[in-house]
Design a protein around this ligand. Structure first.
Ligand code: CA
Length: 231
């Protein structure tokens, strides 16, 4: 289940390069947030959860390699492509050792950059795909038709948002998912929106999914963070 346009972070302090990259990505159908410093990008990474990050190495303050380390420590699932200075073998090797998914040496052609971005996004989409039908515990859910059956009971219909939340939780099963992330990915809202919306949706979903909604076994609350799905 692919929601909509991918959200790409561009972390690059040089305006001319950044603006060209942002324009090309937007033209390619992506949603882009640009940062000129690693500090703000790292903070946003922890709440907004982009689909991909383009990260320059030479940045003022915290540099790209340190930013890579911190981002991957927080969430290693998001692909990060490093923008490296031409011929700097050591930086490239260090980046890959720190978990960078790819690198593009400067100066790069925008066509090549877009091709690398597309390839990474495709790989990620495949890995995170939620099957239309999914079974967990006593629950059988058809996410395409938005129908859920628990313990051989009657068919329950899911609203678009309930199905979206459940599909996203299932796709990221076993890992903590923040309220801000759900707001952005399921509702398409900016993460500053009321996170209470998510909590309300979770309560409704639990009534359909869980045998004892007050003591959930599948949609768990992670205090101070969000939720986690356990099949
Ligand atoms: Ca730079």
């Amino acid at each position: 289940m692919n929601m909509d346009a991918a959200h790409v972070f561009v972390v690059e302090d040089e305006d001319t390069i950044a603006l060209g990259v942002v324009k090309a990505l937007e033209h390619d159908g992506h949603r882009v947030t640009r940062f000129d410093r690693a500090e703000t990008a790292i903070a946003a990474y922890q709440t907004a959860v982009p689909d991909l990050v383009l990260l320059d190495i030479m940045l003022p303050g915290v540099d790209g390699l340190e930013a890579l380390r911190r981002m991957k420590a927080h969430n290693a699932d998001i692909p990060i492509i490093m923008l490296t200075a031409k011929g700097d073998e050591a930086e490239r090797v260090e980046g890959l050792e720190l978990g960078a998914d790819d690198y593009v040496p400067k100066p790069f052609s925008l066509r090549e950059l877009l091709a690398r971005v597309r390839a990474r996004l495709r790989a990620r989409e495949g890995a995170n795909e939620t099957p239309d039908e999914f079974r967990f515990g006593l629950v059988q859910v058809d996410l395409r038709r938005r129908i859920l059956v628990r313990d051989g009971g009657p068919e329950q219909r899911l609203t678009t948002h309930e199905a979206g939340v459940l599909a996203y939780l299932i796709a990221h099963r076993g890992r903590d998912v923040t309220r801000e992330e759900l707001l952005e990915k399921v509702w398409g809202y900016a993460p500053t929106m009321q996170t209470r919306t998510v909590d309300n949706q979770i309560l409704k979903l639990r009534k359909k999914v869980e045998e004892e909604p007050a003591d959930p076994r599948h949609i768990l609350t992670i205090h101070g963070k969000g939720y986690r799905f356990e099949p």
